[in-house]
Design a protein around this ligand. Structure first.
Ligand SMILES: Cc1cc2nc3c(=O)[nH]c(=O)nc-3n(C[C@H](O)[C@H](O)[C@H](O)COP(=O)(O)O)c2cc1C
Length: 210
C-alpha cells in the first residue's frame, strides 16, 4: 500500500487538522445516494483499497475507545458459499417457499463483488452505555459508505431478513452481545441512482426556547 494512493495513516500523537474545508466532500455528502445491490457489478475494492476503507471506517467516534464493532468480509467464492447458509435459514423460516425464491435468497451476497458485515459488539455492564456503543457501529457503516463513494465505489447499507435470523447469526459466529449493524455492499454501479424523496426538515427542526 503506498501513501501516494491513500492518505497516510497519522502516527499516534500527530497534530491533525481540526477541519478539512473541502467543497468536494460537501458535494459528496449533499448528493450521495446508495446504489441498490441489484445494480452492482465488478469491480469492487481490491485488497489494499478494502483495507484502507476499513481503516477509515474504524476512525469513528467511539466513547471509551472500546472498538464496539468488528468486520466480517465476503469476497470471491465466499459470497456464493454463504448462500448455502442463507438458503437453509430461509427454508427453515419459510418451509413453503418456492424454489425460485430460495434460489434468489441463496444468491444475495453475489449481487456485489464485496460484502462487509459490520458487527456491533457491545461490552455489557460497562460505564459506556450500550446505546452509545451501538451508535458507534452505525457511524462505522455510514463512514464506510462515504469512504467507498470517495474511492469510486457504489455502496448500499442493508440488513434484510438475514441480519436478524438466529441461524445466520450463528453461522457468522456472532456472540451473545453481537448483532449485525449492517451488510455494506460495495461494487460498481451498472446504472446511476436517482434522487429519492427526502424528509421535510422544516417539520423536524425546532429551536429550544425554554
Ligand atoms: C440500518 C439500516 C438498514 C437498512 N436495511 C435496508 C434493507 O434491508 N433494505 C433496503 O431496501 N434498504 C435498507 N436500508 C436503506 C438503504 O441503505 C438506503 O439508505 C436507502 O435505499 C435510501 O437510499 P440513500 O442512502 O441513497 O438515501 C437500510 C438502512 C439502514 C440505515
Amino acid at each position: 500500500m503506498s501513501d501516494s494512493t491513500f492518505p497516510p495513516k497519522p502516527f499516534f500523537g500527530e497534530e491533525l487538522a481540526s477541519c478539512h474545508p473541502n467543497g468536494e466532500t460537501l458535494e459528496l455528502l449533499a448528493r450521495r445516494r446508495s446504489t441498490v445491490a441489484n445494480n452492482m457489478d465488478h469491480p469492487g475494492p481490491d485488497a489494499d483499497q478494502l483495507n484502507e476503507l476499513l481503516r477509515i471506517a474504524a476512525r469513528v467516534p467511539d466513547h471509551g475507545k472500546l472498538a464496539p464493532w468488528r468486520f466480517i468480509l465476503f469476497e470471491g467464492d465466499a459470497r456464493a458459499a454463504f448462500g448455502t447458509v442463507l438458503r437453509k435459514a430461509f427454508t427453515a423460516a419459510n418451509p413453503d417457499a418456492p424454489a425460485e425464491l430460495l434460489d434468489f435468497e441463496e444468491k444475495r451476497f453475489t449481487r456485489a463483488p464485496t460484502v462487509v458485515a459490520v458487527i456491533s459488539r457491545v461490552t455489557e455492564n460497562h460505564k459506556i452505555p450500550e446505546w452509545e456503543q451501538i451508535l458507534s457501529s452505525g457511524a462505522v457503516c455510514q463512514t464506510l459508505l462515504i469512504a467507498a463513494s470517495a474511492m469510486g465505489f457504489a455502496a448500499q447499507w442493508l440488513t434484510e431478513w438475514y441480519a436478524f435470523d438466529e441461524e445466520v447469526k450463528q453461522a457468522l459466529g456472532l456472540g451473545p452481545s453481537e448483532r449485525v449493524a449492517g451488510f455494506v455492499y460495495l461494487g460498481t454501479a451498472t446504472e446511476p441512482p436517482r434522487e429519492r424523496t427526502r424528509a421535510d426538515l422544516s417539520a423536524l427542526i425546532s429551536r429550544w426556547a425554554g
